[in-house]
Design a protein around this ligand. Structure first.
Ligand SMILES: [Zn+2]
Length: 204
């Protein structure tokens, strides 16, 4: 493409959520106090994201650990937004920042907010969650499992990433039973359906 075909320099970066996700808010309970409920939600959203063609099979939520209040829900919006960094975690953390009116979700000022995601964060999202101020991460599928099944690349995630989070005051929990199984089932469906959304680097 020649430079003459480019639009003028943009003056803002806006990423709206798709209509189906806007509508989905109505069905999300105000509180999700248990991990089982939280993983049921993100797994359902990830599947819907594929059906709707708005991004990869990844979804997340930010929940207040003490009250169970849901601050935000989000999905991978790379295809919807044409922005490569719009992974589920970046979208969902951003929406939580918007809702709270703060760049700090509160790890150092007494708020305990957890990022729930159906797969292990990629190298970019690992950074995003570190800077967000969340106090915990709950995830289901391993990065290596996602890579093996989907062919996505999660990037150069350090082998000791869990220890690195814990060292910074962020608890890490991997949902071993239903959460991971459901997540993996979605990925298998996706691969078998032949509709795998592919984009640079891919990842959650
Ligand atoms: Zn990511």
């Amino acid at each position: 493409m020649s430079s003459a075909a480019l639009a003028p320099f943009p003056t803002e970066l806006r990423v709206g959520v798709p209509d189906w996700l806007r509508d989905a808010h109505a069905a999300v309970p105000e509180r999700l106090p248990t991990r089982a409920e939280r993983f049921a939600l993100v797994n359902a959203l990830a599947a819907r994201n594929i059906e709707e063609g708005t991004g990869g099979p990844f979804a997340a939520a930010v929940v207040d650990e003490e009250t169970g209040d849901v601050l935000s829900i989000g999905v991978n919006l790379v295809l919807h937004s044409n922005v490569s960094s719009m992974h589920a975690e970046v979208v969902t953390l951003g929406l939580a920042h918007s809702r709270t009116g703060s760049w700090n979700l509160g790890r150092d000022v007494g708020h305990r907010r957890v990022l729930v995601v159906n797969a292990q964060p990629c190298v970019m999202c690992l950074g995003a969650l570190l800077w967000s101020g969340v106090s915990a991460l709950e995830f289901a599928a391993d990065g290596s499992t996602v890579e093996r099944i989907t062919g996505f690349d999660e990037g150069p995630v350090p082998a000791d990433w869990r220890a690195q989070l814990v060292e910074r005051g962020i608890d890490v929990h991997q949902e071993g039973d239903t959460g991971e199984e459901v997540a993996l089932e979605r990925y298998r469906d996706l691969v078998e359906s032949g509709t795998t959304a592919r984009y640079n680097g891919s990842g959650a």
